[in-house]
Write a protein that binds this ligand. Structure first.
Ligand SMILES: NC(=O)c1ccc[n+]([C@@H]2O[C@H](COP(=O)([O-])OP(=O)(O)OC[C@H]3O[C@@H](n4cnc5c(N)ncnc54)[C@H](OP(=O)(O)O)[C@@H]3O)[C@@H](O)[C@H]2O)c1
Length: 387
């Protein structure tokens, strides 16, 4: 958080509307080598610190790995040495391989702690289970099972079949929150749809003369660029293209980096999200090259998911964002509120178009986080009930 303000991020729910991940049959961890155990507070507690480091490593590559999951891994050698890894961009080694490569011979009889179930299939890279088995890992501790049909328990089964002790569920809630967009995409085939809105505290986004830049602070706008960086697609309405001629690129955010790859490089590259206009963009508009979408909004969401987008960001304006909301296509909102008022009803609203006609029809949600950004406030809301 870039300010030293008193409000703290209070994430309450990770996956509103999301089914819980597959559960694992509890079993005794030490009695037999071929068991999956859900962590008791003691057994899980032993690895929570290492899982926190794995979560931290995954955060460093959040903006780089989609459509693959952003995973972190820590190998703890019998002498206590720790080796960290995180997923490379698509085509590169997964987190487990980076951690195992860094560990080298120290991986023999070690414990491997990873945020997501290791893959057991040949994709663009070989199965991580092969690397884990070959390295001589004795125990694997996993936060979340992978719902991808190509994995879906196969990674755990393979490790167990080789006599590796497997424990699942350590820091499960935290990792489900971190991998929310990936898990949603693999379960539904659709991207997690986030609507980003910036407004005055009385819910207005532009003045009657059309001016709107800037209502919120540099801190809020920087945070919005980070949100773009972790999204695979950024969507605006044609009205915004006409009014603002936005480029919609990630510019004001620098990835934090971190030594999470075994080749010593740091994950500091920014991958620009795909730009999408609902409607059309004039030739010469800064948003080009972009996808210009004239069909149904639901078909657009399906198309983005099919193309591998795990998260898409709707950036307005009010008409386009309102249409997505009314179509039930928004999974969560990020709203930046500035301490300012237009003090009237002639400015542009945060969403436009015909809204709920009755209190019984309003879109309900759950606040998942509140954060102070400079003078502004960021409120995250996951939709729990769409009219
Ligand atoms: N504060 C913020 O967060 C924020 C963010 C973005 C924009 N803005 C401001 O919002 C204003 C523009 O907003 P706006 O509401 O006029 O335009 P808009 O929402 O950006 O775009 C609306 C246009 O999108 C096209 N469209 C295609 N399919 C649509 C559908 N299913 N539903 C709705 N629109 C569809 C239509 O273009 P055609 O008319 O070409 O058919 C429609 O006129 C600007 O002043 C901009 O600065 C504010």
């Amino acid at each position: 958080m870039p300010c030293g303000c008193s409000l703290t991020t209070t994430t309450l729910i990770p996956t509103a509307g999301e089914p819980a991940p597959e559960s694992v049959t509890p079993a005794e961890r030490t009695a037999k080598p071929r068991t999956v155990t859900t962590p008791t507070s003691r057994a899980g507690g032993r690895w929570e610190g290492a899982m926190d480091k794995a979560i931290e490593a995954a955060a460093a590559v959040r903006h780089l790995t989609s459509p693959n999951p952003w995973v972190g891994c820590v190998v703890i050698a019998p002498n206590g040495s720790a080796f960290t890894g995180a997923t490379s961009p698509p085509g590169g080694p997964h987190a487990e391989r980076h951690a195992l490569t860094s560990a080298g011979a120290a991986a023999k009889d070690a414990t491997l702690i990873t945020t997501l179930e290791p893959c057991d299939h040949q994709g663009r890279t070989g199965p991580c289970t092969d690397a884990i088995i070959e390295a001589g890992i004795r125990r694997a501790v996993i936060a979340v099972l992978d719902p991808d049909p190509a994995v879906s328990g196969a990674g755990v089964a393979r490790l167990q079949s080789e006599g590796i002790e497997v424990q699942v569920g350590v820091r499960q809630a935290e990792v489900e929150r971190q991998l929310l967009a990936y898990l949603h995409h693999r379960r539904t085939g659709r991207p997690w749809m986030v609507a980003k809105l910036a407004a005055s505290i009385d819910g207005r986004t532009a003045a009657p003369d059309g001016t709107s830049q800037w209502i919120t602070s540099l801190e809020a706008r920087t945070d919005a660029h980070r949100l773009r960086a972790v999204s695979d697609a950024v969507i605006v309405g044609a009205g915004t293209v006409r009014a603002d001629d936005p480029s919609l690129t990630v510019r004001h955010w620098t990835p934090p980096g971190g030594r999470v790859w075994s080749d010593g490089r740091e994950p500091t590259t920014v991958v620009q999200p795909r730009r999408v206009v609902v409607g059309s963009a004039a030739r010469g508009a800064r948003i080009h090259p972009c996808l210009q979408w004239e069909g149904s909004l639901d078909d657009l969401v399906v198309r983005l998911g099919t193309d591998g987008a795990t998260q898409a960001l709707i950036e307005g304006g009010p008409a386009a964002a309102g249409a997505f909301v009314r179509a039930g296509l928004v999974d969560s909102f990020v709203v930046y509120l500035a301490p300012a008022l237009f003090a009237g009803d002639d400015g542009a609203p945060i969403l436009s178009g015909p809204g709920a006609q009755s209190i019984h029809d309003i879109v309900r949600g759950k606040i998942t986080a509140v954060e102070r950004l400079g003078p502004d406030v960021r409120i995250d809301m996951a939709v729990t009930d769409t009219a």
